[in-house]
Design a protein around this ligand. Sequence first.
Ligand SMILES: Cc1cc2nc3c(=O)[nH]c(=O)nc-3n(C[C@H](O)[C@H](O)[C@H](O)COP(=O)(O)OP(=O)(O)OC[C@H]3O[C@@H](n4cnc5c(N)ncnc54)[C@H](O)[C@@H]3O)c2cc1C
Length: 384
Amino acid sequence: MDFQLSEHQEMLKSTVREFVAKECPRQMVRKWDEEHVFPKEVFDKLKKLGLMGVIIPTEYGGMGGNIMDYTVIVEELARSSFWGLASYFNAVTMYGADMILHCGNEEQKKHYLPKLAKGELLFAYGITEPDSGSDAAAARTMATEQGDNFVLNGTKMFITLADKADYTITLARTDKNAPKHKGLSLFIVDTKSKGYSAKPLKKMGGFTDTTCEVVYDNVVVPRSNVLGGPEAVNFGWQLLISTLETEHLEVAANSLGYAQATFDDALAYAKERKAFGQTIGKFQAISHMLAEMAVDLHLARLCVYQLACLRDANKPCFQEACMAKLTATECWTNMAHRAMQIFGGYSLMYDYDIQRSLRDSYILLIGGGTRQIQKNMIAKSLGL
Ligand SMILES: Cc1cc2nc3c(=O)[nH]c(=O)nc-3n(C[C@H](O)[C@H](O)[C@H](O)COP(=O)(O)OP(=O)(O)OC[C@H]3O[C@@H](n4cnc5c(N)ncnc54)[C@H](O)[C@@H]3O)c2cc1C
């Protein structure tokens, strides 16, 4: 398998790198994090680069790119260490474009994809509930048929950008008598609907996006907004599983970019900070730590790029998706833990970026499926 980036991918990489250097300087990223602010104007400038439609086919107004193109962009965006930028980008490209492209019917693709390609719509992904995270199919949110509509009642938990999104893709039970995985459907819920409310929760990281509790109080959703069309009623779980590999890739590619940023910072610091008359990188304890960090990063990148290649080749890759999610998210958290040691006392200071990296890294370790769940799925794929 050849992981050499194409000329086009190199161009995408340098476009994003230049954008980040100009629009997201580190002192501003730090300030936005401290003030819990997402600078909309920066995101508007990113939209103008035309990257929002990266995976959307040209007939729907997109770039017609592949998953590797997407991966290269996300890795570079995350390398800015600016949480909100990659998060908003994913709200358009993954929870919007990828879900509609792979699960939507033709009418839904024609309606949503051209707007998503311009970055005009934000989507949230409403799966987790207060009583069901890892066990997502145990969702209790109910969708009851009423003529040409469904009426949704229930609560979702930890939903990224659910208060900012135009639509929240919502997993709800449409047949309470069917076996657990069979009576579920996905709905494209307009967040302006009466009875929909999203309340941001206080959290320890990811300050430049929001994580919400969402309440559905008799929210009326037209039958035409069943993701995949009316014939997809009760097939929501199967649709969701079909997108899991790309969702894992998204989390892994983000983690890779953030881990790279943390590594870059730690390496630069080790070459500059002096103790006992020499730079700390000369101490074997520190240099070995950096060597291990470089190895972890390399392994994570191989896992992520291999997964992107397998997805682009339409090859089965469920096991590789779980491995990439596990490897890249652990890589970032472990990277941040070691960088904390390299930066010593400064690592805890808000004027430095390492504490932010550590705080943010835990989100991707848990979001999209914990390490225990990834290991369960890998073990299952081994026939255990
Ligand atoms: C900041 C943030 C953003 C998020 N964004 C979204 C979003 O946009 N949309 C969305 O739908 N969800 C989102 N989530 C939810 C996230 O996907 C869940 O938190 C995650 O899947 C874990 O679910 P839980 O928190 O309910 O933990 P639980 O499922 O209660 O798990 C608790 C612990 O038990 C372990 N455990 C559970 N079952 C097993 C098992 N079978 N074997 C071994 N161990 C097990 C888990 O690994 C974990 O250690 C977000 C979460 C966070 C923190």
